[in-house]
Design a protein around this ligand. Sequence first.
Ligand code: IMP
Length: 193
Amino acid sequence: MKLVFATNNQHKLTEVRSILGNKFEILSLADIGCNDDIPETAETLEGNASIKAWYVARNYGMNCFADDTGLEVEALDMRPGVYSARYAGSQKSSSDNMNKLLFELDKINNRKARFRTVISLIIDNEEKLFEGIVDGNIISEKLGDEGFGYDPLFKPLGYEQTFAQMDIDEKNKISHRGRAVEKLIAYLQKLED
Ligand code: IMP
């Protein structure tokens, strides 16, 4: 089955293609000639995932899924959440976002956080949502060069390494996106039976 993954984020594409193997052919937005900057105007992860997936389904007539991810930090009342990409400002980098997080958590002992991913899947104009969560802690200095986003600061519960110190397979096994994609695969496999 051909499915569009409504992203041009190469890290996300690599992660998801490596989970799906050759079970499904995953096309990116670039692969379908979509260069639009799809506005993420919702106030929830569910809302933004849904906007992106419907945009492709409606404008390109293809089966599609989209994800939206947020880092939810307990001591910050679950911020930055849906605003994780723009936490330090809309023109800022992942490094700026991490620096802001370290600044806000300075002298705060409660470092509990979780990544939450929501995937919206649209097949034949019907939508289904899947959620994946991983709990962990924000450490006090960046460690590791793998992954992307906030990975160097996030140590999943029960592990001694940050996501940025793990290889892609290790991260995928336990990550928010990995867990949401596993639910997506289980659903797609039932459809194909
Ligand atoms: P979005 O899903 O692309 O909107 O991601 C929102 C923000 O969370 C961006 O700043 C990403 O860099 C960050 N993010 C998304 N997924 C991950 C991940 O797997 N690890 C670390 N940061 C992530």
